[in-house]
Design a protein around this ligand. Sequence first.
Ligand SMILES: CC(C)(COP(=O)(O)OP(=O)(O)OC[C@H]1O[C@@H](n2cnc3c(N)ncnc32)[C@H](O)[C@@H]1OP(=O)(O)O)[C@@H](O)C(=O)NCCC(=O)NCCS
Length: 125
Amino acid sequence: MKVPSNEPAIRLVMLPKYTNPDGDIFGGIILSMIDEAAAVEAQRQAHHRYVTVSMDSVQFHLPVQVGDIVSLWCQTIKIGRTSIKIHVDVLAHPRCSDEEHKVTEATVTMVAIDMDRNAVPVFGV
Ligand SMILES: CC(C)(COP(=O)(O)OP(=O)(O)OC[C@H]1O[C@@H](n2cnc3c(N)ncnc32)[C@H](O)[C@@H]1OP(=O)(O)O)[C@@H](O)C(=O)NCCC(=O)NCCS
């Protein structure tokens, strides 16, 4: 297992197109970014085609606003035979603040698959 990356898997500014009618960022947008970030982290560990098999322990701590710069930090917590379990922390940096805060976190399990969509070993056979 590689050591945790010293940079976020994804960093993105939150645009108005991501909002709900109340002006907050949709939770589903954050979940989609978590999924993408976990895929980036899985690729960093070992090159494969991956699918998401589960997303657990999702916690929305705080709302995200338009203009926030959102960073997704990944930590691989377990590599099994064919799966990689990754914890993702989502941090938001509001435009008018010097501070970042954790807005969401989740644990994602990605499975390495072959061209027939069968699970394959992450490392070796
Ligand atoms: C992921 C998938 C390939 C697993 O296939 P499978 O034949 O069930 O494979 P297995 O039962 O051997 O499980 C493969 C690995 O996934 C893990 N796994 C299976 N279900 C899991 C779950 N609900 N949560 C966490 N891990 C799970 C197993 O523990 C195993 O890990 P390991 O090899 O590291 O021990 C298959 O279920 C699949 O294609 N699912 C759809 C994925 C998808 O389309 N995702 C996008 C959603 S839009």
